[in-house]
Design a protein around this ligand. Structure first.
Ligand code: NAD
Length: 498
């Protein structure tokens, strides 16, 4: 029996009232495991009212108390890490240990947020003019919202709501309708940690729910992570409605392989970063650029490794790669492999058809490897978001660095080399927001910030770290003096230093 999921509003599980539902799948079996309610405009507005009512109390809660609730939340999330990863795997399809790692990366944001009292400290200048002091403080914005993708249903929501709530805001999370279980559980645990009801609300839905957020004047800031088309739409609508917005989009991450790179280590790195989580990571390496004469050897070494990847059920410890999230996504990825063949790229390993005994209806796909990919191919220009690695060739470093730099996406880029000069120049010049040097997936930790360039991110401020604090607060600057120091008489001139 498919489970009927709920929303979580004002500290309660609330049944969907719109009569609209989205199918949630178990990607391993292909069965429908649940029905996700898709909120109507009025359901979303009711949740925003709850968050609005919770704001005065929460924003006045001392920063030390907020930090202590984070400490308790950290304890609970650590204690429930396996349970959270299991819920995630069951609806996303990524293998359990990888799901656990992604839960850990979310938990690290709580670790950072425990220090919110330090991160929110203001500035003070005494005696900026005779008897006048000036200070600034960071204030929460009010009701804030986060709209998140299917591929990291713990980590990405935590980038947003943990930071926003630590800063004193109340929050509406509109998670992906493809894997709703784990965000609902995260909200329950937060309340168990002492978070007052109504501070974090999870409202499931699709475009209707998102449009209700964008159109509601009470929502002050919107954070989005997902595909580029939707990111652009959300950024534009937020700006038109006077909301602060950060909107992260798609990716096509390149790894430059220099002739002096250790090929054994490079191949290990490529296999993990291209095929881990079945390539459904915004920081997956999807293009390897072989420089000089390294290409033939690289492809020769990659081929058997791609063929050997163990594809299987998410909860089987022997599986290295689980299924894709839905049949529709499987079709999309297959369509891009078909297109690559049509465009003339050489399909060295074809992972389109794979039969996993006992799981014939699961959304499984094995790893695919393309060689001789060129920049004019649409299958190169677009994000595939599946277990597909495309190998390109470049004569030299200059030609190689132009590929990620000229690509429309600029999330991450990495270089494998033993040459410090090349590494330094790459880090300096490549047009991407996150750079790896002999590190394939350079995902910054929570005390740095996450964000890409070009069509991978809209809005100037990154996720989490001190950038997160800046995004989720506004500055108020106070100029103050005691009455005894006021000189009598009206002053018609703009104040200048005296
Ligand atoms: P998606 O854009 O389809 O969905 C993301 C969110 O937007 C979901 O909550 C969804 O319900 C909502 N949405 C979908 N269609 C909408 C519409 N027409 N109007 C308003 N809202 C809509 O993305 P996805 O398939 O869930 O996730 C995969 C994408 O996310 C990939 O492109 C991946 O690169 C990207 N991603 C980016 C980052 C990053 O930090 N740059 C991180 C993770 C994932």
């Amino acid at each position: 029996m498919a489970k009927e999921h709920t929303h979580y509003i004002g500290g309660q599980h609330v049944k969907g009232k719109s009569g609209r539902f989205g199918d949630v799948f178990n990607p391993t079996t292909g069965e429908v495991s649940g029905q996700c309610p898709l909120a109507s405009k009025s359901e979303m507005e009711a949740a925003i009212t709850v968050a609005e009512q919770a704001f005065p109390g929460w924003s006045q809660t001392s920063v030390v108390r907020r930090s202590r609730i984070m400490m308790k939340y950290l304890e609970l999330c650590n204690a429930h890490q396996d349970e959270l990863a299991k819920l995630l795997s069951a609806e996303h399809g990524k293998v359990f240990e990888d799901a656990k790692g992604s839960v850990q990366r979310g938990i690290e944001v709580i670790e950072f947020a425990i220090g919110i009292s330090h991160a929110m400290k203001g500035e003070f200048s005494d005696n900026v003019a005779t008897g006048i002091d000036m200070y600034s403080m960071r204030k929460p914005l009010g009701v804030c919202a986060g709209i998140t993708p299917f591929n990291f249903p713990v980590m990405v929501p935590m980038w947003m709501y943990v930071m926003a709530i630590a800063c004193g805001n109340t929050f509406i999370l509109k998670p992906s309708e493809k894997d709703p279980s784990v965000p609902l559980r995260l909200a329950e645990l937060f309340e168990q940690a002492g978070l007052p009801k109504g501070v974090l609300n999870v409202v499931n839905g699709d475009k209707q729910a998102v449009d209700a957020i964008l159109g509601d004047a009470r929502v002050q800031a919107v954070s989005f992570v997902g595909s580029t088309g939707i990111a652009k739409y959300i950024y534009a609508a937020s700006a038109a409605n006077g909301k602060r917005c950060q909107a992260m989009g798609g990716a096509k991450n390149h790894m430059i392989v220099m002739p002096d790179a250790d090929l054994n280590k490079t191949v290990d790195a490529l296999i993990g970063s291209a095929y881990g989580s079945a390539g459904e990571r915004c920081m997956a390496i999807s293009v390897a650029v072989a420089v000089g004469d390294v290409g033939d050897k690289l492809v020769e070494m990659l081929k058997p490794r791609v063929e050997e990847i163990k594809v299987g059920p998410s909860m089987d410890p022997a599986s290295e790669m689980g299924p894709l999230v839905t049949r529709a996504h499987w079709e999309k990825v297959k369509g891009y492999i078909d297109l690559g063949v049509k465009e003339g790229a050489e399909l060295v390993v074809d992972g389109r058809e794979v039969n996993i005994q006992g799981y014939e209806n699961g959304f499984f796909m094995a790893g695919s490897l393309f060689d001789q990919v060129t920049a004019d191919m649409k299958s190169y220009q677009d994000e595939i978001f599946g277990p597909v690695l495309q190998v390109m060739r470049a004569d030299d470093f200059e030609q190689a660095i132009r590929l990620p730099s000229l690509h429309r996406y600029g999330n991450g880029a990495s270089i494998f080399t033993a040459d410090g000069d090349a590494a330094r120049e790459f880090a300096d010049k490549v047009q991407a927001g996150m750079v790896g040097i002999n590190v394939p997936i350079p995902v910054p930790l929570s005390f740095h910030t996450f964000g890409g360039w070009k069509d991978s991110a809209f809005g100037g401020i990154n996720q989490h770290g001190l950038e997160g604090v800046r995004f989720w607060t506004k500055i108020k600057t106070v100029t103050s003096r005691w009455p005894s120091l006021i000189t009598p008489g009206a002053d018609f001139l703009i104040p200048t230093l005296k």
